[in-house]
Design a protein around this ligand. Sequence first.
Ligand code: TRP
Length: 328
Amino acid sequence: MKPRVLSGIQPTGSLHIGNYLGALKHWVQMQPDYESIFLIVDLHAITLYQEPAELLKKIEQTAAIFLAAGIDPKQSPVVVQSLVPGHAELTWLLTCTTPVGWLERMTQYKDKSSKQESIGDGLLQYPVLMAADILIYQANVVPVGDDQSQHLELTRDIAQRFNALYGDTFVMPATKLPTVGARIMGLDDPAKKMSKSTEGPGHAISLLDPPSVIRKKIMRATTDSLPGVDYDDMGAGVANLLTIHQAFSGWTDDQMKAHFAGMRYGDLKKQVAEAVVAGLEPLQARYAEITADPAYLRSVLRESAQRVMPIAEATVRLVKQRMGVYVG
Ligand code: TRP
């Protein structure tokens, strides 16, 4: 039996090349070796206010990008979290065994709540919902960015505590962090990881940006005061552009160095832009095909949910039985 891998992404903002190179691309490559489930976590998204019509649009857009990037829904279900009621149900059951203190210690909670005047209870429970996403499918491996590793540790703590109280119930999920080098930084500020939520037109390259926009954004990317690429004294902005090129071109370190050493930044940027444009072209072409047929996309989402529902229902039933809750 193949190990089960599960990951999720919030349908907010626009998926960008950092999401693609750091996550999606690896998920696609993992498909043959794992039994994969990919979640679009709309219930996580609403822990902060989302404009309803926009959220709905983003859910389908995110799903279409997954498919366009090479997720094969016949192998790997693409599941909208809210279509499987067990996620919310298991969350409640797990909140009852999770100390509030554990949740209040989460750095992402502290960060997000400090920016809000009034916060919903859902923001505090967010990591319990994430634990439920993972534990409901008894996932073995969870690939996430390092910003989520604290939530993964908490998931293991929640599982362990439940198992200790009620007997062995949950599989312990392992964290899988992205490989080094695949971390893409903001074009406007190479000290910050490229983010979906950071506003600012020059920050991220969206996977759906047309070529003219991609070129414009890269030409404006922050570099440094040197005239050209110096491998012995390289600023973070230049290093980021080279990382982006290499991720799309697939060139070796030696090829990169031989080609780019000494190159003026204007020329470097032109070549990086062309590598990104060419690298995204197949994805964008497939995206256009997929979105031309909304009925197909909806059927994929419906069928994906149907496929995973029995696993989710079995876990919820087991958890209820363990806790002595009535299952009829
Ligand atoms: N919280 C994750 C993020 O914002 C998304 C997420 C929700 C997730 N449920 C998950 C990731 C389960 C992995 C597994 O990035």
